[in-house]
Design a protein around this ligand. Structure first.
Ligand SMILES: [Mg+2]
Length: 240
């Protein structure tokens, strides 16, 4: 069984959304002041889900800005946070995210931790896949790092040159590292891009998580086999 991190294991999807909003709203306001035109703020719900959630940091910036018809140079990951590039904006957001973590810590979802422990007790291999380059510090802060046999995060993806979600590459690498065939592997995801990656990777079961106001139908359209509001709704059964 393989798990996404933010919004599945830890309650950090909302932290990401808030950090993106801070950065994008400042960016859009500054740009509108320079070039004229109205400021349409970043929607931490709709825009976040459609363009940013689950995607690589820089792909998220490029995808959202493209949706607003804004075209700035990509730059490189070494760009300073103040650079007017896709990578600069992404690095700005990361600084906001890390500052929030330092200040407030990380909360894990008790139902996910309970399921991970139950799987571990049954000897079912578990891997984590995440676009985040902060996956290990986030897991450590949530005291959940040792619940996984393998972790494929944004740093691993970069090292191996794996494309981000909605491409299934990081999910397939996570399954490979626990010696699991995709057809015999269940995926747990809360992002539209991640659910689509699960479907396109040929995984046996794609469980979508739609918390709070999230639309379960949208996850189903992207390819979730079942959608739950929390993993407390999932029970394990033996199949001979
Ligand atoms: Mg997520």
């Amino acid at each position: 069984m393989i798990f996404d991190l933010d919004g599945v294991v830890t309650n950090t999807a909302a932290v990401h959304a808030a950090a993106w909003k801070t950065v994008f709203d400042a960016f859009l306001a500054e740009r509108a002041e320079r070039e004229g035109g109205p400021v349409v703020p970043f929607d931490a719900d709709g825009d976040y889900r459609r363009y940013v959630d689950g995607r690589d940091r820089y792909d998220g910036v490029a995808t959202f800005l493209a949706s607003r018809g804004v075209d700035i140079p990509r730059g490189t990951p070494d760009d300073p946070p103040e650079a007017e590039t896709v990578c600069g904006v992404g690095n700005r957001k990361n600084a906001a995210f890390v500052a929030h973590l330092d200040e407030h810590g990380v909360e894990a979802f008790p139902s996910t931790i309970a399921l991970l422990r139950a799987l571990r007790d049954r000897g079912t291999p578990r891997a984590l896949f995440s676009a985040s380059r902060n996956a290990r510090p986030v897991l450590r802060a949530a005291d959940a790092e040792d619940l996984f046999d393998a972790i494929v995060d944004g740093l691993v993806a970069e090292e191996l040159g794996l494309p981000g979600k909605p491409d299934p590459a990081i999910l397939l690498e996570a399954a490979r590292r626990i010696d699991a065939e995709p057809a015999n592997t269940a995926v747990v995801e809360d992002a539209l891009a991640g659910v689509r990656a699960g479907r396109d990777g040929g995984f046996g079961l794609v469980i979508g998580i739609a918390r709070g106001d999230a639309d379960p139908g949208a996850l189903a359209v992207e390819g979730a086999d079942i959608v739950v509001s929390d993993l407390a709704d999932v029970t394990l059964e033996d199949h001979p």
